[in-house]
Design a protein around this ligand. Structure first.
Ligand SMILES: *Cc1c(COP(=O)(O)O)cnc(C)c1O
Length: 372
């Protein structure tokens, strides 16, 4: 028996998601995975510590009820509009399973009638997990290019080009966009949502660093969901808490298929405490956005071409050496940034906004390399 025959064909041929490196090099300045450089609020650390005792033997709240109530208060909706996940990544995976019909194992995608019900659609470049989730589910990927400036094509443009599927079972929009950092206006997103016939998820992982958010669309349109996470803006990557806001019918479909205890207890405690100290985080958002503008300005003066960003990272085109050479040179100086081979951004570096001191160190290293 060939062991590979025991594995589903789509899993055998799967290109798994590649997470950013998490090296444990002492003194490394880590600007590669968009983590917040500031720690969680002292109130959060205190709440988590206080929860670590004999109660760890108990199962956590199965539906994260206290957290969903606090989130409902924050967003002016009902707990029924909210589902919490083990990071928003888990919820994105649940959405493909709940809303997209997988292909029969031996089907050719082109031969399918009613193809749209098998389609997961997204812009390129955007979050590189989407194609992986689609392949795991054995559904059809429909990546559609963003404009050269990373803007979303208008609905008439999408109709003209003929590639976009207005009936796709699931459409995923990273807004603000990653890896470019470009932000989108709610009006523009609403026009796109209104033109869609399938479920449309607005992935707002970075929205706290943006000028606008589109949460209202999830409470207004019956097929629109907004995805949020505590990871990036709320310094809680380690705890894995993300959530969807959307119409109760779609949310309850996701609830039916999730694990009973999908959200760990300490994560729930940390997230509830986070919501009790939002002022702390909003101050950090302002600092990060100021540092971002300062970094862009400093880089522009030494020949880098940066894209305007509404996130906690900057996509920038370096001078003199190819971007992957910069990646290595900076790494040698214990400065870790991100470079993407694919998605049409291989001439760019993506730099997470760290503390002002971390960004100063980065700029010092960059200037040194340009002087030699
Ligand atoms: C980081 C990220 C996520 C996942 O966040 P988690 O809540 O940590 O799983 C989702 N979407 C985008 C665009 C991201 O960058």
């Amino acid at each position: 028996m060939k062991l590979s025959s025991l594995i589903r064909a789509n899993v055998r041929s799967l290109h798994a998601y590649v997470p950013g490196e998490q090296p444990k090099i002492p003194g490394l300045i880590k600007l590669n995975t968009n983590e917040n450089p500031f720690p969680p609020s002292p109130k959060v650390l205190k709440a988590v510590r206080a929860a670590v005792d004999g109660r760890l033997r108990l199962y956590p709240d199965p539906s994260a009820q206290p957290l969903r109530e606090a989130l409902a208060d924050l967003h002016g909706c009902q707990p029924e509009n909210i589902i919490v996940g083990n990071g928003s990544d888990e919820l994105l995976a649940l959405a493909t399973r709940a809303f997209v019909e997988p292909l029969p194992a031996d089907a050719s995608p082109r031969a399918q009638s009613r193809r749209s019900r098998h389609v997961v659609q997204y812009f390129d470049p955007s979050y590189s997990l989407y194609p992986v989730l689609t392949d795991i589910h054995n559904a059809i990927k429909n990546p559609v290019p963003l404009k050269r400036n990373f803007d979303i094509p208008s609905v008439p443009q999408l109709k003209n080009e003929g590639v976009w599927d207005f009936k796709a079972a699931l459409t995923l929009v990273t807004t603000p966009n990653a890896p470019s950092g470009r932000g989108y206006q709610t009006g523009q997103l609403e026009k796109l949502c209104q033109a869609q016939n399938g479920v449309t998820i607005l992935d707002e992982a970075y929205v706290d660093f943006a000028e606008e958010n589109a949460l209202g669309l999830a409470l207004k349109h019956p097929h629109v969901i907004v995805s949020r996470t505590f990871s990036k803006a709320y310094s809680l990557c380690f705890q894995r808490i993300g959530y969807f806001v959307g119409p109760p019918e779609l949310i309850s479909a996701l609830n039916k298929i999730r694990d009973s205890y999908n959200v760990n207890g300490l994560g729930q405690v940390a997230a509830v405490a986070t919501l009790s100290d939002l002022g702390y985080y909003r101050k950090n958002f302002r600092t990060i956005m100021q540092t971002r503008e300062w970094l862009v300005d400093q880089l522009d003066r030494i020949g880098f071409k940066s894209l305007p960003s509404q996130t906690n990272f900057v996509l920038t085109r370096p001078p003199r050496y190819p971007a992957n050479e910069w990646l290595q040179k900076l790494r040698d100086q214990k400065l870790l940034v991100r470079w993407f081979k694919n998605g049409g951004v291989s001439n760019y570096l993506r730099i997470t906004i760290g503390t002002r001191d971390e960004i100063k160190s980065l700029l010092r290293a960059v200037r040194r390399m340009l002087e030699t």
